[in-house]
Design a protein around this ligand. Structure first.
Ligand code: 3PG
Length: 208
């Protein structure tokens, strides 16, 4: 089993965080844990993301990775900041190789069978399916997963509390990613109660 699979399997939900204010880091971590969520992907698409990544990665009770990793400099900087896994929207073998050199698993985005094959050739056992809903939803995953029985998928993009359970039911889904647990607008408003409630609901739904 690859490191990415070992880290993310059975987690249920991977909250995707887009943070505009680094001041929410501590409260965000506590809200996720209070809701039973033990992992998060902190995207690097905002300047505050770097600080939130470093702050949350220092919490041993959380598995924290970096998302929206787009170049090798970001691979290095995210690993140096404590990221334990890396996620990118698309598949770039150069980034995967750099992550492998740094000893941190990368889960790159794929949307086609060609990309799954390329990821497989790069030695990966887990890919992000992106954009999951806009790219065809669960029927697309079913079709795409069929020829790759050893591949795990992390569907992300457009998934909600309502649609997550259907994705969980697919046997090759590693866990389900999405921003619905820690919404950008709620984080910007400092509404951590909403984050805790959404995290608790996701935990309960996954256990059901
Ligand atoms: C991602 O960064 O992986 C996606 O943009 C998250 O998609 P969502 O906001 O639709 O959950």
């Amino acid at each position: 089993m690859s490191a990415a699979v070992a880290l993310l399997r059975d987690r249920g939900t991977l909250p995707v965080v887009v943070a505009d204010d680094a001041g929410i880091a501590a409260g965000l971590g506590e809200a996720l844990k209070a809701g039973g969520i033990t992992c998060a992907e902190i995207t690097l698409r905002t300047p505050a993301g770097w600080e939130v990544l470093a702050a949350l990665a220092a919490d041993d009770a959380l598995l924290v990775g970096a998302g929206t990793v787009l170049d090798t400099e970001q691979v290095d900087r995210a690993v140096d900041a404590g990221a334990r896994f890396l996620v990118s929207p698309g598949f770039d073998p150069v980034l995967v190789e750099r992550a492998q050199e740094r000893g941190v698993p990368m889960v790159p985005g794929v949307a086609t069978a060609t990309e799954v094959q390329a990821a497989r050739r790069a030695g990966l056992e887990a890919v992000k399916l992106f954009p999951a809903e806009a790219g065809g939803g669960l029927p697309a995953l079913r079709a795409l997963a069929e020829p790759f029985p050893g591949m795990w998928f992390l569907p992300t993009g457009g998934i909600t509390a309502e649609t997550a359970p259907a994705w969980w039911s697919h046997p090759q889904v590693l866990c389900v990613g999405g921003s619905w647990v820690a919404r950008r607008d709620q984080l910007a408003a400092g509404d951590l109660d909403a984050v805790r409630a959404a995290a608790a609901a996701a935990t309960e739904a996954y256990a059901a």
